[in-house]
Structure formats: structure tokens, C-alpha cells
Design a protein around this ligand. Sequence first.
Ligand code: XUL
Ligand code: MN
Length: 382
Amino acid sequence: MPAKPFNRGVVTLRSMPFWCVANPVGDPFGGAVLPRISSVETAKILAWAGKEGLIESTAFHDDDLVPFDPANPEDDLDPNSATSKTLAEIKAILDDAGLVVNTATCSLHTMPIFRAGGLTNADPKIREIARKKVQRTLRIGAKFGAKWYTYWVARDGFEVPPAVDWKNNYKWLAEGLNNVYDYIKSQNLNSYLGATIEPKPNEPRGQMYLPTSGHAVGFIYGILQHPEFFKVNPELLQHESMALMNAVMTLGYLCSMDKLAFLHFGSQIKAQFDNDYPPLVGPEGLKETAQMFWVLKQMGWKGVVEYDCHMLRAEADPEVAELRRKQFIRNCTDALSITLELADRLDGLKTDGLTFSQVDLAATMAMCKIDPAAVEQVSLKK
Ligand code: XUL
Ligand code: MN
């Protein structure tokens, strides 16, 4: 029973990842609030959301679905392994709800062996484990028909610049991503349209090697063997706002470079740690969020919007954990609908003869559906 594509405005599909729904919402100052749920239980909540018409798509890290044992990196190739059985069970649940998989990503951040980096780890033995884990993720993604493979920069970064092997770190990163291309092609993993880089300025490392979308595009063209295969999935507002970038510019830039694959979507207080608030939740970012979807329409982009956020820890109630998880999905989807409506209201905005400030006020009135007659238009008086 394939879900109907969403196809509203610039958004073709709405995607809710496994890790966002399963998130037990701990933070560095306090532990998990919600009970942990299995990958099969998470799939069932996602299937519920699909059947409710809230989402059409999902995404996962390899170990959101099944654990990884470095001593047995090909367990997924054995049809009788616990891994294969769990994957088959999850696939049946997603298929029944008509959910498609937007992206598969390899977690190179959770296991302590990757604490000093995954693809850029200075230890060739760790890089080899990372390579095998990426290949297994690519195979798992292909089983689910994943459209993209995502590399999030994760622990590939540093705290101590003189301790970094600058002559090699970007070469190792390129080797890791060239391997993604080579493996997809050599194994005929044909569901993949391409691979994406998700930049982030810091967290979990003090500094990360691909901090912004600009760094990611430069890296793709500067060093990768198949630049046409790689695009970017920025996380907006969060990741670029952490570095005081403007999301509208990021999207205008990525569309101009033809490098926007899909969006990770949520909300953020500028210059803070990665808040991962649900879209439109939090004290700031309303204009920027609406303008993001306005600029995508201007640029003629259409594609998948994937939420990448979690419920507020303060509202996570373990007594009603499943209800909160479901409300969280509804909130994200409501926020996207509200945003699309706000962005539509910016269509046809007349800017001729107005100063920049007047354009901003006119846009705000249009977005908030304020009748110009209802305000004394002193700004337009000389
Ligand atoms: C981290 C982040 C990740 C990636 C997938 O900030 O956004 O969840 O999206 O690994
Ligand atoms: Mn993300």
C-alpha cells in the first residue's frame, strides 16, 4: 500500500527518521527521560504516522535498526542472522504503511572506537572498521530502496589543531567517500540517486572538518572523484545557525550550485548548541523558516523535507511516552504545513520602489495576513 506522495508546494515527501522518534531525550546534564524503544517498535510508530497521513518517508542510521559487531561486519549477508531477521521485520512494517526510505546513514559517532573520528581517524585499523561499517550500511539501505546515502561529519573533527595530520585528514575523508561511490557502483546498489554530505560546525567535536555547506561544496568539487554523485543536505535552521549563517542564503547558494539534495528541518536559537527543536518551536526563526520555503520556490527546487529534531526534553513524559512520540510527529508535520502556508503568502510580494526596510515590513504584513488598511502605514509616508 504505497503512501500517496505529499506534493505540496516544493515538498515532494515528508520524512521522519527513526532516530528522532526513538530519541529518549537525554542531554549532557541529565539522562534519558523516555524509555528506550526497539527498532521494531519505532517502525510501528512510523507506520502509524504513515497511515495517519503525517509522513510518507523515513530514514535511519544502520544502528538505529540493528547493532554492529566489528568482528562480524557482514552479518547482514547471512539470511539466517538475527540482523537479517530484524531488517526483514522492519521492512514488512514500513512496506505495509507505504513508507519509503529517503536516506541511510552510517553511525560513526556512537561507538567509543570512533571517538577520535570515523573516516578521518588517524589509525588505519579504525578507518578500515569505518569502511566496512559504511559498506554494510549501504547494503542495508539498498534492501530498503534508500534514495540517498548520507555522510554526516560527526566525529571527523578536532579540538587540538597541532595534533591533526593536515596533510592527510581531507585525503582520508575523500577516500572514505570515494569508497561510497565505488561500492554502490560495484555492487549495483541501484536504488541510490547519490550520496550527501551533511555539514555541521561543531558538536560533538570542538570543530568539525566540514563546518558549512560552502565547505561541503568546495570539498565535493575540490577532491572527490565523482563530484556529480554528491550533494549536500543542510540542516536548517540548526547547523548553519549554530555558525550564525542565514538559512535562506544557504538554500539559495546550494540551489545555484545544483547541490541541494534534501533538507534536514528543525529550529534553533542562533549561536547555541544544536537545539534540534521541532520546526517553528522556540523563541526565534519564524521569518527565516518561512523565507526558506519561499526561496526554494523562487529557485524552482522540489524535494524531500526530512525532520531532524526531537521533542523538548521538558515536555517528554515517560508516563505517556508513546503519546508524546506521536504528538511530536504531528507537531513537526503541522509546523511544515504552517510554514508552507506562510511561505505562500510571500508570493507576489510587491517590492518596487520600496526600501529594504519597507520590503521587510511588507513581507511581514503579507506573511501575517495583516490588512495594510488595518495599520497606519506611516512607513510609507515621507
Ligand atoms: C546531528 C545530525 C545527525 C545527522 C544524521 O546533528 O544532524 O542526526 O542528521 O546522522
Ligand atoms: Mn541532521
